[in-house]
Write a protein that binds this ligand. Structure first.
Ligand code: ATP
Length: 298
């Protein structure tokens, strides 16, 4: 976190709105926010009735990181993503994304993020290009900018040759790449992806990984993804956190976590140790939902 000094104290107009993070002052300009952490979460909790889905979560993700959030079905990964993308309010605790409080400055957060949800979000009855035009409008991109951004996104996601085809004719991997292109059109600082490669074959999965790495290099995008795929977490993520029953049990660099677990340990071993490999109540509903997503993309 940045240190508090007179230069980054919130201005008088922001103080009454309780924008407690210094770099969250919108009057101080974009440059001021550039080195804000991608995500800062303290004591974040979320209840669904009696169920405590998130239990005093702490998480810190630096700018430019590619961070993996792991955990068994029902551990609270999607709930975390929904709070960070302002789709859900926390029951307690605080969360900042790109320097803005998700509860007190949700519009500022939304301007700076992209989100690819677990369920398929691209419109199957439109072409790839039409989906992108729709997203460009939703993101408020000016007409003059739209064409070049769409062409660039299609090229980056290797979809230029199929841009005019209906999305219902796309493979699962192409749909995911299109959705990432849609989420990136406005060049967000932080990209959230909920199980981006679930249901994809190994080739399609590797293509998505390559595209995500490229986004990071080309635009310095910070990426937070959830995954059940230990290989994905191992080869793609600079750091991971493992959630278990709404709490972070393990956090760190994959190679260090493996070494700490044992000389021949894999990330599977780290995961099993961190979660105790127990079957949680309510897991059936979560497994069924994940399978539905996989079937739609497969
Ligand atoms: P998965 O890996 O299966 O996607 P997850 O780690 O993303 O699971 P969440 O979807 O965040 O887990 O769910 C956390 C817990 O909260 C689960 O027990 C789930 O059943 C419950 N839950 C999620 N959404 C709701 C809701 N709208 N109402 C009630 N309970 C919910």
């Amino acid at each position: 976190m940045r240190r508090l000094d007179a230069r980054n104290l919130p201005c008088e107009r922001c103080a009454p709105k309780r924008l407690r993070v210094p770099m969250a002052c919108p009057l101080r300009g974009e440059a001021f926010m550039e080195d804000a952490p991608a995500v800062e979460v303290h004591g974040l909790s979320r209840r669904y009735g009696e169920l405590l889905a998130l239990d005093r979560l702490d998480l810190s993700i630096g700018a430019g990181e590619l961070f993996g959030l792991l955990g068994s079905n029902g551990a609270g990964k999607t709930t975390t993503l929904k709070i960070l993308t302002t789709l859900l309010l926390p029951s307690a605790g605080t969360a900042w994304v790109a320097g803005f409080d998700v509860v007190h400055a949700p519009r500022e957060v939304r301007r700076r993020i992209g989100y690819v949800p677990q369920l398929v979000s691209a419109d199957a009855m439109l072409t790839g290009r039409e989906n992108l035009v729709l997203s460009a409008r939703l993101h408020g991109l000016r007409r003059a900018e739209r064409e070049s951004r769409i062409a660039e996104a299609l090229q980056l996601m290797d979809l230029t040759s199929v841009a005019g085809a209906l999305v219902r004719s796309y493979s699962g991997g192409m749909i995911r790449r299109l959705e990432i292109a849609q989420a990136m059109l406005h060049r967000p600082q932080v990209l959230f992806l909920d199980e981006p490669t679930v249901g994809l074959d190994p080739v399609a999965r590797h293509v998505v990984w390559d595209r995500l790495r490229e986004l990071r290099v080309q635009f310095g995008t910070s990426i937070l993804l959830t995954t059940h795929d230990m290989e994905e977490a191992d080869v793609l993520c600079s750091r991971i956190a493992i959630l278990h029953r709404g709490r972070v049990t393990v956090q760190g660099v994959p190679a260090e976590l493996k070494a700490h677990t044992g000389s021949e340990a894999t990330l599977d071993d780290v995961f099993i140790q961190a979660t105790g490999a127990v079957i949680d109540r309510g897991a059936y509903r979560d497994v069924a939902r994940t399978r539905r997503t996989a079937q739609r993309l497969g």
